[in-house]
Design a protein around this ligand. Structure first.
Ligand SMILES: [Zn+2]
Length: 317
């Protein structure tokens, strides 16, 4: 079976997977990133992808999912606030070092391609993925095509504002973005915002660094009043954004991925009825909301799929 190397480039580490044409992962190599300046990242990529290539024997190409606004035609990362880059020639620089074709796309769009082709999106033509972690990333497939957009910004729904007047400040500078309200970070902020209403709550009586969205969700499941209230506010905001997404793209199925989606049925139950209530111009109950199947592998699988196809296209060549 032919293989490609699918790379998931994050702010703190790089993972390179050896991926078969059927989407299976045959091996994985990881490398921690202490810094994200371009030279350091290229060195790390050369090392980790080199190891993957050594194991794969022969790979067709390398696909890299990178945070930020990426021009897939040139492999240039036009800007990435997460990595602190502007106009970084990621694809050309790595191709020169490894002497193998390198294709680069936005990380969330790569994950959407992976999930659409080999995961929850299979057997649909209208699909959306939301990766809910510290932020919200995602992508939209419409009529079988992954939407990339005029300037490669399609699918950046993490930054559509749902609470512009009373919301939390987003990393992008706006107030009340979907990702500021309904990511794992958003859940923590909801808990902090409610603290004064629950003076006897023990939820926040832990060191700040060990305070996590998972802790709040588990406490909510166990019936803690403060956690429950935070979870309700979070779920209301998540449902608001999902209903907007349905109005924009009318997907058949929406997959929820990322760390926060490990809440599984507890999360689905919290949002499904709310989303229905907020859905007006699409028949209610016709949008499936499910938990993503590929988990953290979606980015690598999608990046490799992009490498096989020479770009972020949903069609096999
Ligand atoms: Zn934002």
């Amino acid at each position: 079976m032919q293989t490609a190397i699918g790379v998931d480039l994050g702010g703190s580490h790089v993972t390179a997977g050896i991926v078969g044409e059927d989407g299976s992962i045959l091996g994985q190599h990881e490398h921690d990133l202490e810094q994200t300046d371009f030279a350091t990242v290229i060195d790390a990529l050369e090392s980790v992808v080199g190891k993957a290539l050594g194991q794969a024997g022969k790979a067709a190409a390398i696909g890299i999912g990178s945070p930020g606004n990426v021009d897939p035609a040139t492999g240039i990362v036009r800007y990435s606030p997460n990595l602190g880059w502007e106009d970084a020639p990621l694809g050309p620089a790595l191709a020169k070092r490894l002497r193998i074709p390198v294709v680069v796309g936005n990380d969330a769009r790569c994950a959407t391609l992976g999930e659409y082709t080999f995961g929850t999106g299979m057997e649909t033509r209208d699909f959306a993925l939301l990766t809910i972690g510290t932020g919200i990333g995602g992508g939209i497939v419409s009529a079988g095509e992954l939407l990339v957009g005029h300037q490669f910004g399609a699918g950046e729904f993490g930054h559509h504002q749902i609470r512009p007047r009373d919301g939390f400040v987003c990393g992008c500078g706006k107030i009340g973005c979907f990702e500021a309200q309904a990511s794992g970070t958003g859940l923590i902020r909801h808990a902090l915002a409610l603290a004064s209403s629950f003076p006897r709550s023990a939820l926040l009586d832990v060191a700040r660094e060990s305070f996590s969205s998972k802790k709040i969700r588990k406490a909510a499941q166990a019936g803690d009043g403060h956690a429950r209230a935070a979870w309700e506010n979070f779920a209301a905001d998540l449902a608001l954004g999902l209903a907007n997404l349905i109005a924009f793209a009318n997907p058949q199925r929406i997959a929820l991925g990322g760390g926060v989606s490990s809440a599984g049925d507890f999360m689905l139950e919290a949002v499904r009825a709310r989303v229905d209530e907020l859905t007006t111009m699409v028949p209610r109950g016709t949008t499936e909301i499910a938990i993503a199947k590929l988990g953290n592998d979606a980015g690598q699988v999608g990046a490799a799929t992009m490498a096989f196809r020479g770009g972020l296209t949903t069609h096999a060549r």
